[in-house]
Design a protein around this ligand. Sequence first.
Ligand code: SAM
Length: 272
Amino acid sequence: MTYLPEGYRDVDAAADFEKLKTCLAVIDRLPDFQAYKHASYDALNLTPRGKVADVACGLGFDLPRLMEIVPQGSVTGFDLSNAFLSFATDHASEALSGNAASINVRHSDIHNLDCEANVFDAARIDRSLQHVADPARAIAEMTRIVRPGGIVCAAEPDWRTYVIGSDLPDISEKITSEFAKTIRNPHLGRSLVDLLGAELALTHHSVHPLLLRLLPDAEIIFDLKNTVARSVEAGFVSTAEGIAFEENLEERHASGRFFAHLTVHLVAGQKQ
Ligand SMILES: C[S@@+](CC[C@H](N)C(=O)[O-])C[C@H]1O[C@@H](n2cnc3c(N)ncnc32)[C@H](O)[C@@H]1O
């Protein structure tokens, strides 16, 4: 079984592709995620003829939305997963009613992007540096493919701010820590100003709260049942505590008191 935070490191090798796909689809329809995504498009400073890259584009949900901002330009999605890129191509065509000729996808490892230097007006990355082996190298690559004066923009969570509302706060903290520690770069959100600031002149920094109020969404996005099972297996919580924690979440959901919370940092900079 694929554990979500590990699965995104190499999607095509993951056992449970549908699970990784479903999580991104659920995320994409949530208003707080849409809010920071749209703030990231604004930070790219694009003109209608702009050429923009979405690096680690996943299922490509951002590609048609970027195309609407650059109707006379072009959009290129890069990703390590051929399966995700295949979905992204179909999705772009469907979303733009077949007028997706200016959207391209390219199979590429972020540490070594298959692209010449100084090609794009802007490049963005969204919740993906958290999963890569060398985020500094990834940002250097994004900077390389952007022209001087162009913008690089990154949006990444800070998993130290991950909270699940619970009447059993000590257990809740152990469960959220178990998930966070499996993310390759769990504190990347707060490091973004330093990472982008080392390559670029910073132009934007904002912090965006993500509030989930439905337990079924949180179960998918945070792989909750698996995380409880792993915490029990590792001995951080007892079997009885795991059951009590899950029952409490159900009760809170039934009475409208369920919430989970996380913050995302959005940082952009200009190539000199
Ligand atoms: C959490 S998903 C985010 C996808 C998309 N940006 C979104 O907002 O839905 C992480 C993405 O990073 C990609 N990825 C992980 N490691 C990568 C690498 N080394 N090079 C390129 N893409 C990578 C995965 O294939 C996946 O599509």
